[in-house]
Write a protein that binds this ligand. Structure first.
Ligand SMILES: [Zn+2]
Length: 477
């Protein structure tokens, strides 16, 4: 049995959850993005970010959760160097008041449902930076509070997963949903983190903490299943414990026991009153909800007549799907454009998709693809040529028409030129010509030679017609 606790930053926010410090703390000088509120100085008062409530409500709706009419915040008390206030403002389900979302359901591709126990809005702690080699090398660590107070959405599932594959599928779908809601750019470093509970054969539950990317989750679970199996095989008992994931060594290791002794002394946050959302708030947001991946998938099939396969490739990469729709606005030819994007285009960007802004930094813009497709449709270039031109646009950022004329790659539809090309192929491939007379399938070999001879520029229909007429009339050979 596997359960997840996911933390996703609301990276869409300009400011932190309770103060006006910047929400994007990345690449800032350490401890330069802090104020009296996020550091919890005496006398400071938190002010809730309304957009954060809206984003977490939309996430709750998308994950099938109920959203209560009023919400409350709690203090979770613990002492740890990354927590400047010595408490974290979070949510807690007691006294009949729930967090921003409860009792949700989220469906996997095979229609299996994963229950969502709760979704809560809370603040991120700061970051501890250990020197290379970890704490053991030097007996000190550095702390950066720039992240402290950034808005986090915590999503807790019931232990409904039966294996790492289901977990991966769930996390992929969740990432897409968060991206489509505009809540979280999941590719940003540290924007999504995960804790995992794993128990086997009705035994004790082990919690794995500190998995800092969705990609590592599957590895951590696989490791833990192997570890727990080997404990059972030796007839020993799996301890109820917290373990950490070491993403360099790819192992889980037992947390120091002190870290497990929790008594958070939750109590209502006295500085933030109960917030009444009201039923209109939720109904309004429901009406304004952005299109979710599943709705987009259906639209791609019904409106653009794309195949399920092609739609899936596009939608599984939101930025690519957005790019596709920008090209459509310039030139409406869905099938042709989608084919170029999911094949040649995608293979050219494949190595780069790890970085968040890979499409923004590209020299190829929607205008380029629109023009390229027009050139194909106007029969000015062949599909083979289009592929080469795409590579050149990637390198230079020039418009397709410029590349085509400077490289002289327009399609050859001139009969005389193609006839000459066919003639020289016939002269050089005498035995293939003899074969082709008996075996019609060998004609394709000759056509391939003609295409090669013309650098893929000959109009294949015309070339084929000339080859056929030459073969059937010995006079012309
Ligand atoms: Zn602040």
């Amino acid at each position: 049995m596997i359960g997840l606790e996911i933390h996703a930053q609301i990276t869409a926010l300009k400011s932190k959850l309770f103060c006006s410090c910047r929400g994007n703390y990345r690449d800032l000088r350490a401890n330069s993005n802090i104020c009296e509120i996020c550091c919890g100085l005496p006398g400071s008062l938190p002010i809730i970010n309304q957009r954060a409530i809206e984003f977490s409500t939309m996430t709750s709706i998308a994950l099938g959760c109920k959203v209560p009419e009023k919400i409350m915040f709690y203090r979770k008390n613990y002492f740890y160097p990354d927590l400047p206030k010595n408490f974290q403002i979070t949510q807690y389900n007691v006294y009949g008041i729930s967090s921003i979302g409860i009792d949700g359901k989220y469906e996997l591709d095979d229609a299996k449902q994963i229950r969502i126990s709760r979704i809560q809005l809370e603040e991120d702690p700061g970051r501890i930076a250990y020197s290379e080699g970890g704490m053991n090398v030097r007996n000190s660590a550095l702390i950066d509070y720039n992240r402290a107070g950034v808005a986090l959405i915590e999503i807790v599932t019931e232990p409904d997963f039966t294996g790492p594959k289901e977990v991966r599928q769930f996390l992929n779908k969740l990432s897409l949903t968060l991206e489509h809601l505009g809540v979280c750019d999941t590719l940003l470093e540290g924007s999504v983190r995960c804790d995992v509970n794993v128990s086997m054969n009705g035994g004790n539950r082990v919690e794995i903490k500190n998995i800092n990317s969705f990609k590592e989750v599957e590895k951590a679970i696989n490791y833990e299943i192997t570890r727990q199996s080997s404990v059972y095989n030796r007839n020993l008992k799996v301890e109820h414990e917290t373990r950490h994931w070491d993403d360099k060594k790819k192992i889980t290791f037992k947390a120091r026991s002190k870290e497990e002794e929790h008594d958070y002394r939750y109590f209502p946050e006295p500085d933030i009153p109960i917030i009444v959302l009201g039923s209109d708030f939720v109904a309004n947001l429901e009406r304004q909800m952005p299109e979710l991946p599943i709705q987009r998938f259906d639209r791609f099939i019904s409106k653009y007549k794309l195949s399920e396969h092609t739609s899936n490739i596009l939608i599984n990469d939101k930025k690519l799907a957005d790019f596709f729709e920008s090209v459509l606005k310039l030139h409406f030819s869905p099938t042709e454009i989608a084919n170029i994007l999911v094949t040649d285009f995608k293979s050219l960007i494949e190595d780069d998709t790890e970085s968040t802004d890979y499409l923004k930094n590209l020299k190829v813009k929607p205008e380029h693809i629109a023009e390229l497709v027009k050139l194909i449709e106007d029969n000015k270039i062949s599909r083979i040529t289009a592929k080469d031109i795409l590579v050149k646009i990637f390198e230079s950022g020039k418009l397709p028409s410029e590349v085509v004329s400077s490289n002289n790659s327009y399609k050859i539809a001139d009969e005389k030129t193609i006839m000459d090309a066919v003639q020289s192929v016939f002269d050089n491939e005498k035995s293939a010509v003899e074969d082709a007379k008996k075996n019609r399938e060998a004609i394709n070999f000759l056509l391939g030679k003609v295409m090669k001879f013309t650098n893929g520029r000959a109009d294949p229909k015309i070339a084929m017609r000339i080859i056929n007429s030459k073969l059937s009339d010995p006079e012309k050979q």
